[in-house]
Design a protein around this ligand. Structure first.
Ligand SMILES: Cc1cc2nc3c(=O)[nH]c(=O)nc-3n(C[C@H](O)[C@H](O)[C@H](O)COP(=O)(O)OP(=O)(O)OC[C@H]3O[C@@H](n4cnc5c(N)ncnc54)[C@H](O)[C@@H]3O)c2cc1C
Length: 513
């Protein structure tokens, strides 16, 4: 017999099989020897009361042997099958490619950036010298913005597709199977590059193609149908289906589509700052303790507050993380965050952003939200004084309107400069943040403190442009065979939801092309 049951267990016992089996036998009122095996289905930390516990949903094998689950996808060879061009090798592009193979189609992935290994050198240049390679950076290159990201795999997109399959594919390519059970699964920046490389190898072994340094610079369209793409302004590639998975930073793609008269629309997004605290402040607040137990991971938080008609919220929270310089153009500052798999840096950061509505940026230019975003990033660069030095301010100083005499030690490697952040943030954003931060402090003890730094600007939260598509066929309403995909098209946010959208686009190609 098999039985599903929830148990709670102390953090220090959560890694002990013996203790788990003991708790299962107590909960099921059976003797230890009857438990022939168990499988943890979900694991979460419950820190609501003073005694922090782990909750585990477990499938128990009682008086019958445990059967191991096996998940392996065997990819068929598609070398001589129908070609599908996929623009962008981010999570969406790579999962679209894998799904094309499953569907018996040959994916040809075109990526403007470099492979993960070579990309690492450009990231070192960004961090050490403040120099941005506009084709190879934290957003561009193999694996897209997902490779040197935090690798948090939590998503609410469960209605859009099979989250478990995406996670299983990550495991098949080298992620630990903890991600299948943890309530907040996380891979870590140090592990992602190997996983992305393994996914590329699967695509190549199945007869697909992945090309780097291949920037799509034009679309070939005849009588409202896609016929192919132009690469690097010279080479033409024919195809009857093009999945456009270029991410939300590819302003040249939005500009190109708009210039060609292909419908794109302004889209609301969110903008603000990255906030960093010493991790011990967050641990103390969330785990109700002076010092975090060695059996608990660095603590996480999620905060939201409505200020008038506007939402202010934290997102992409990175316990034990680093603030990353994520600009894609010269002379702009964009920040984001990542953490290694062990989350063992002394700081906790999160994007803390304010909703920006279409009414905030009046006009009818479909690119106006994008231009608004770009202007703020340029102002932040100027305010930092160059070389990717980011403008910063202590939290209470920002709210009370004074320049910080100095800035706390922080994780942003190119350096921070003390400024009045309201000089780079539009009034409605600065004032919403000023209202929300003390309220966050009431929700989470210790949060509202001058030991925290605000670093500007967190501007690439989601796409400021939508590339529309038909609900059923996923094709652009004006260009048959063009499949706007994932975050760049405004249909996903985050690694897993982008991957799911890639899968959905590949399925739409199979069905409708
Ligand atoms: C530092 C950082 C940390 C993050 N942490 C997390 C996290 O923990 N969890 C999470 O869920 N999300 C995180 N994100 C967000 C996540 O990475 C994105 O949501 C996700 O990568 C979007 O996937 P995508 O495939 O739609 O686009 P992208 O990942 O942006 O990929 C698009 C790809 O298209 C390529 N491209 C663009 N234009 C062209 C062109 N003209 N021709 C050819 N190629 C082109 C780009 O080079 C890029 O590789 C993070 C992002 C960053 C930057």
């Amino acid at each position: 017999m098999q039985k599903e049951i929830e148990i709670t267990i102390a953090p220090e016992d959560a890694g002990s099989e013996e203790e788990i089996i003991k708790q299962l036998s107590i909960a099921l009122k059976i003797v230890l020897s009857q438990i022939r095996g168990y499988k943890i289905l979900k694991r979460s930390i419950d820190a609501r009361s003073r005694r922090v516990i782990f909750r585990m949903q477990v499938n128990v094998f009682i008086d019958e042997p445990q059967v191991a689950d096996v998940f392996t996808l065997n990819y068929q060879n598609v070398a001589d099958k129908k070609r599908v061009i996929i623009v962008g090798a981010g999570p969406a592009g790579l999962f679209a490619a894998l799904q094309c193979i499953e569907n018996g189609m040959k994916p040809i992935v075109l990526e403007r950036g470099k492979d993960v290994k070579q990309r690492r050198r450009d990231l070192a240049l960004i961090n050490k010298e403040g120099i941005v390679n506009t084709e190879s950076n934290y957003c561009y290159g193999e694996g897209g913005a997902g490779t040197y990201s935090d690798g948090k795999l939590y998503t609410r997109s469960n209605k859009r597709g099979d989250i478990n399959k995406v996670l299983q594919i990550f495991v098949q390519h080298g992620a630990t199977d903890d991600i299948l059970v943890d309530a907040r699964p996380h891979i870590g920046t140090n592990k992602l590059p190997h996983i992305i490389t393994a996914i590329r190898e699967t695509i190549l072994n199945a007869g697909g193609e992945v090309h780097f340094g291949q920037k799509v610079t034009d679309f070939l369209i005849e009588s409202g149908k896609i016929k192919g793409v132009v690469v690097n302004d010279e080479e033409k590639l024919d195809a009857e289906a093009v999945i456009l998975a270029t991410g939300h930073s590819a302003r040249d793609i939005y500009t190109l589509l708009n210039k060609k008269g292909i419908l794109v629309e302004a889209k609301p997004f969110a903008l603000g700052v990255r906030i960093e605290h010493p991790q011990e402040i967050i641990d103390a607040a969330q785990y109700h303790c002076a010092v975090r137990s060695e059996f608990l991971p660095p603590a996480y938080y999620s905060l939201v507050e409505q200020v008038g008609s506007r939402g202010v919220f934290s997102f992409c929270m990175c316990p034990g993380g680093i603030i990353a310089p994520c600009a894609t153009y010269e002379n702009e500052i964009v920040v984001n965050g990542w953490s290694p798999s062990k989350r063992n840096n002394p700081f906790a950061n999160s994007g803390t952003v304010v909703q920006v509505t279409l009414e905030d940026v009046p006009g009818d230019d479909p690119l106006r939200m994008m231009n608004f975003q770009s202007e703020i990033e340029k102002t932040a660069f100027a305010l930092g004084g160059g070389n990717l030095v980011a403008p910063g301010q202590r939290m209470v100083d920002f709210v009370e309107g004074r320049v910080s005499a100095d800035l706390p030690r922080n994780s942003y490697l190119p350096g921070t400069r003390s400024v009045m952040l309201k000089e780079t943030l539009p009034d409605f954003i600065a004032s919403s943040l000023k209202s929300a931060l003390p309220v966050f402090g009431k929700k989470m003890k210790g949060y509202y403190t001058n030991e925290a730094i605000l670093v500007g600007v967190e501007s690439r939260s989601s796409s400021p442009v939508r590339i529309p598509r038909d609900r059923e066929t996923f094709q652009h309403p004006e260009v048959a065979g063009l499949y706007p995909c994932a975050e760049g098209a405004g249909y996903a946010g985050g690694i897993v939801s982008a991957a799911i959208d890639g899968v959905n686009c590949a399925n739409a190609v199979l069905k409708f092309n």
